[in-house]
Write a protein that binds this ligand. Structure first.
Ligand code: SF4
Length: 325
């Protein structure tokens, strides 16, 4: 089931929420935008974007006075920057809460950084004395979204310029989409076992502990109600994938995969693979190089089990993400 869904994927299938200003909509406080070239030129070919500007939708207008977060660091309110002590949070929440509730079909969200509404992190909260707290917060929209969908891959546009974070985000988007289209729909143990098998090496590359824990969960599953089990599973799974895999862990996984075909190869082919994995380990080449060679030999000598591993093709190769890590 998973493989069929994956092979027939089109851009229309994967819905991704996005701060409207990142798509070039003139919705910022000053009537401008902050268009993201990567989102507009590249990601729009793979995802269907659902644009939303929480401040405009809340009726603050374009242009509008700038807003900021004030008060309690753990429960800040939205205020006009030039009117300290004001509170427009009730108006804001009245609009965004019903919107967020309807976003259960999203596979990811891309947020604009530094915004008191959309910022995913590092947002200042001002105290009554005019100074900001030392601790930083999320924007109010970002916070409400993440609390409602804790497993949803969420990223800021600025962080997507980092090759490792970009690769990691796209990997998570596809994984989350596939989980929701298979395990969540099928509601059966078979689909969870299948999902776990497909993601075995991706999990190993990201978090060995989580891989073991999830394996135990899947094998001893009968004691837990399936609805509860799949929630626990996806929570641990998405958390494990959140941190980009290290070069060391990728090396380990490449060696494991090599182990599947080793005995079928002549000494020259073996030497080539060992050399290229070593070059990857020492950062002489990026992941695409050992993967291309290994995939070539896997097609000739690998079992269907190893060839189905999503580690080999976690997202469309045209995105070129493995060239950068
Ligand atoms: S950052 Fe968010 S609130 Fe600000 S303009 Fe962009 S979409 Fe609107």
């Amino acid at each position: 089931m998973l493989n069929a869904i994956r092979q027939n994927l089109t851009a229309k299938d994967i819905n991704v929420g996005i701060s409207a200003c990142l798509l070039g909509d003139n919705v910022r406080y000053n009537g401008g935008h902050t268009q993201s070239k990567f989102c507009v030129d590249t990601l729009s070919k793979y995802f269907t974007f659902r644009r939303y500007c929480p401040e405009v939708e809340s009726g603050f207008g374009i242009p509008r006075p700038t807003l900021r977060l004030e008060g309690d660091i753990n429960n800040p309110r939205m205020a006009y920057t030039k009117q300290p002590g004001s509170d427009v949070s009730p108006q804001f929440y009245k609009t965004i809460e019903p919107f967020i509730k309807k976003q259960g079909d999203l596979s990811a969200y891309i947020l604009m950084r530094k915004s008191p509404s959309c910022g995913m992190e590092r947002i200042k909260v001002y105290q009554e004395n005019g100074h900001s707290h030392v601790e930083l917060q999320r924007g109010l929209f970002a916070d409400a979204l993440i609390k409602k969908y804790p497993n949803l891959p969420v990223e800021e546009d600025g962080r997507l310029n980092d090759k490792h974070l970009r690769e990691n985000f796209i990997l998570r988007v596809y994984a989350y989409y596939l989980f929701n289209k298979t395990v969540s729909v099928d509601e059966g143990m078979k689909s969870l076992v299948e999902f776990h098998s497909y993601y075995k090496y991706i999990l190993m590359a990201h978090n060995q502990m989580a891989y073991k824990k999830l394996g135990q969960l899947v094998s001893g599953a009968k004691k837990i109600d399936f609805g509860e089990l799949k929630e626990i599973y996806i929570g641990i799974f998405m958390q494990a994938l959140k941190k980009p895999a290290t070069r060391r862990n990728h090396t380990n996984v490449l060696q494991h995969i090599f182990g599947y075909i080793k005995t079928s190869l002549n000494s020259e082919a073996k030497r080539d693979i060992v050399n290229v994995i070593e070059k990857y380990r020492t950062s002489e080449v990026n992941l695409i190089t050992p993967l291309t060679i290994i995939k070539h030999y896997l097609k000739l000598h690998g079992s269907s089990y190893i060839n189905m591993q999503l580690y080999l093709d976690p997202y469309p190769s045209e995105l070129g993400l493995q060239n950068g890590i």
